[in-house]
Design a protein around this ligand. Sequence first.
Ligand code: VGL
Ligand code: ZN
Length: 237
Amino acid sequence: MTAVRALLLIDIQNDFLPGGALAVARGDEVVAVANRLAARHDLFDVVVATQDWHPASHESFARQHPGTSPGQVVDLHGLPQVLWPPHCVQGSTGAEFAPGLQPNAIAHVTRKGQDATVDSYSGFFDNGRRHATDLESYLREKGVTEVCVMGLATDYCVKWTALDAVSLGFDTSVVVDGCRGVGLSPDDIPKAFDEMMSAGVKLVASAELLLTYGDRPKRPAGAAAAAALDTEGPDAS
Ligand code: VGL
Ligand code: ZN
């Protein structure tokens, strides 16, 4: 059986870039990595992007809880919730993809975080795992067996997406140099990588991926490949 591989680009949105509402240090540096990988159709059968997409009154926003400030942890309907500045509000400039991110290669966008009462770090499920997004069904429909995860932020949405991907049975890698983290506590980012590794997520560098994954047997893809195989049949002279 041949692997079908997806690249998952997590929350590469204006609000997570320097100058954004929830700026991730050097978050802009992942854009070039994303573009380089997404352009490699020989490596990735499908490219999916996730988009944090909150209503203006989302309850992960500190302003919804008078007397609190961003970074504080509260109980939100039974789940621990880090409070954030308002970010990625539906339809806002901050919620748009980074301007440098090449949209051409992106086959599908999964939006998450629309339910005001629960946060949704993972691209697959909300934090209470009560509702699924369309991501798993989209990947299954495409026959995806392997996912490579990268984007923002390492210690939140990248981590939870990768952990859910493993738990759903996808062969899961995280592209380390394609991620940047929030790091509310100094060791949150290394701890996130540790947690992912312990759960069975492979850590890869984009350069390593570009080289080693390039050796995988090519899958017949599209009419041109089918035609090429036909001419190699027993009757070909
Ligand atoms: C994220 C905090 C709040 C992320 C989203 O994309 O990692 N972090 N919303
Ligand atoms: Zn968010």
